[in-house]
Design a protein around this ligand. Structure first.
Ligand SMILES: NC(=O)c1ccc[n+]([C@@H]2O[C@H](COP(=O)([O-])OP(=O)(O)OC[C@H]3O[C@@H](n4cnc5c(N)ncnc54)[C@H](O)[C@@H]3O)[C@@H](O)[C@H]2O)c1
Length: 437
């Protein structure tokens, strides 16, 4: 990829299209409305609060990220959505029970104007959901055309200058990549004959990229990470990213595991269990959807610890992940981790981690940042997989055959160096030696 000679300015309005107007989407939208009125702070968002060091440490140049690169302003965001239920963002947010009434009441008027478009929904991919606010179409190819018409309609009606889309829909059942996913031609053929390997998320991803709209996948199911979408995204000069927002337990795992590895401490086992009671938890109670989530969560440790290169330390650890649907907790998820590690001479030790988190409170700033950075990427002429956005995902996308970086701090360096590179600033190596000559 070429270093951009210039980045187009973030002029006019940015439309943020969200397939899935549930807990994460409504918490994000309400948060943006509150933040732009100064009623709450966008805590957790790098684009809003993060700074970036530039040049040598002696220069003391540490602007906010938004001062280094031109990001869309919160005031310029216009939200759109699709959902299988007709509830507007206010009703959906009240139902999700993430935010208090004092917050929702303060932006109730604005929230109620965000009404979802009818969803493209084939129920066989999400067995625990039974919505009626859905489109009908003779074929999946026709369904894609309907989503494309929605995108064009939104663009015209809201008079937005640019668009991005982030899948915030329910986790779909586990699907293997098949021949139909391999090329643009095979995928288009598959759309016409309603191939069962083409799920709802893939329909939205295809429609968005066809419309030149950058797309990210916040869920663990297949989305924009199939060869056909990657090829189309390159052809259309559209950035894509995914998959599965990195929030609670996996976020902690990608903080702690690199620490153990950095100190060459060994691992015998890592047992993770969660309870959560929101609709996401209900959907994940279905074994097909859980399998999708599990595969996204399990990959992290192997990639960080590299068992093949460190047989003595990580050659034989047991990794287990459980999620239990427990309605009383709603969105207030609780995760327990038991880590069996070993140190000098093989002596065993344990870490117990009990994270009482809030799923959507952790996911909302991630969704906001991904949307703003995708837009920046497009204005910078980037296309295809945006590896630098891997910071935000449990299963980050990378080019075929490339080792994926899961270590949160490696991912952060990659993201910040990409911003420096975009802006024509020197990359920072953290060598330090240059200060002692
Ligand atoms: N909250 C987190 O911390 C977190 C972290 C990582 C990933 N995720 C993923 O983000 C997604 C959203 O999470 P959530 O908590 O908001 O779930 P949610 O159940 O509250 O919302 C999902 C919404 O998607 C809708 N939907 C399902 N299929 C659709 C389709 N084909 N078209 C349009 N709408 C559709 C549902 O009706 C529902 O309103 C889930 O896949 C979840 O696994 C969440």
């Amino acid at each position: 990829m070429q270093r951009p000679s210039s980045i187009k300015p973030a002029k006019g309005k940015l439309g943020v299209l969200l397939p899935g107007l549930g807990a994460v989407a409504t918490t994000t939208i309400a948060g943006v409305f509150l933040a732009r009125r100064g009623l709450a702070k966008p805590v957790g968002s790098l684009t809003q609060l993060g700074t970036i060091r530039l040049g040598r440490r002696t220069e003391n140049r540490v602007p906010k990220i938004g001062e280094l690169v031109p990001l869309a302003k919160l005031d310029d965001l216009e939200f759109g959505a699709w959902d299988v239920f007709p509830d507007d963002a206010l009703l959906a947010a009240r139902r999700a029970r993430v935010l208090d009434d004092r917050h929702l009441d303060a932006v109730a008027g604005e929230l109620s104007t965000v009404a979802p478009m009818r969803a493209a929904f084939y129920p066989e991919y999400v067995r625990r959901l039974d919505g009626t606010h859905v489109k009908t179409a003779p074929s999946k190819a026709d369904m894609v055309e309907q989503i494309r018409a929605d995108i064009r309609g939104f663009r015209a009606e809201k008079k937005v200058d640019r668009l991005v889309a982030v899948w915030c829909g329910s986790t779909e059942t586990f699907l293997e990549k098949t021949a139909v996913h391999q090329s643009i031609a095979s995928f288009e053929e598959g759309l016409k004959r309603n191939d069962p390997s083409i799920s709802n998320t893939l329909l939205y991803a295809w429609a968005c990229v066809k419309e030149g709209v950058p797309f990210a996948n916040g869920a663990p199911n297949l989305g924009c990470d199939i060869p056909a979408v990657i090829e189309l995204a390159k052809e259309m000069y559209v950035p894509i990213a995914g998959r599965d927002f990195k929030t609670g337990q996996t976020l902690m795992k990608t903080v702690i595991a690199p620490g153990l590895k950095a100190r060459m401490l060994g691992l015998n086992g890592w047992y993770s269990t969660n309870i959560l009671g929101n609709r996401d938890g209900e959907v994940l109670d279905d074994p097909g959807s859980f399998k999708t989530k599990e595969s996204s969560k399990l990959g992290v440790l192997d990639s960080i610890l590299e068992p093949a290169a460190h047989e003595d330390l990580y050659g034989n650890f047991f990794h287990k992940v459980r999620i239990d649907y427990y309605p009383p907790r709603g969105d207030a998820k609780e995760g327990w981790d038991n880590v069996d590690l070993f140190g000098w001479l093989g002596y065993p030790m344990q870490i117990k981690l009990n994270f009482l988190c809030r799923d959507s409170i952790l996911a909302a700033p991630v969704l906001l940042d991904v949307a703003l950075f995708l837009d920046l990427a497009q204005r910078s002429g980037f296309r295809g997989i945006q590896e630098w956005l891997g910071f935000y995902f449990k299963s980050p996308m990378a080019a075929e055959g490339l080792q994926v970086d899961h270590d949160l701090f490696v991912q952060l360096q990659k993201l910040k160096n990409t911003l420096r590179w975009m802006a024509g600033e020197e990359l920072i190596t953290h060598l330090g030696n240059e200060y002692y000559d």
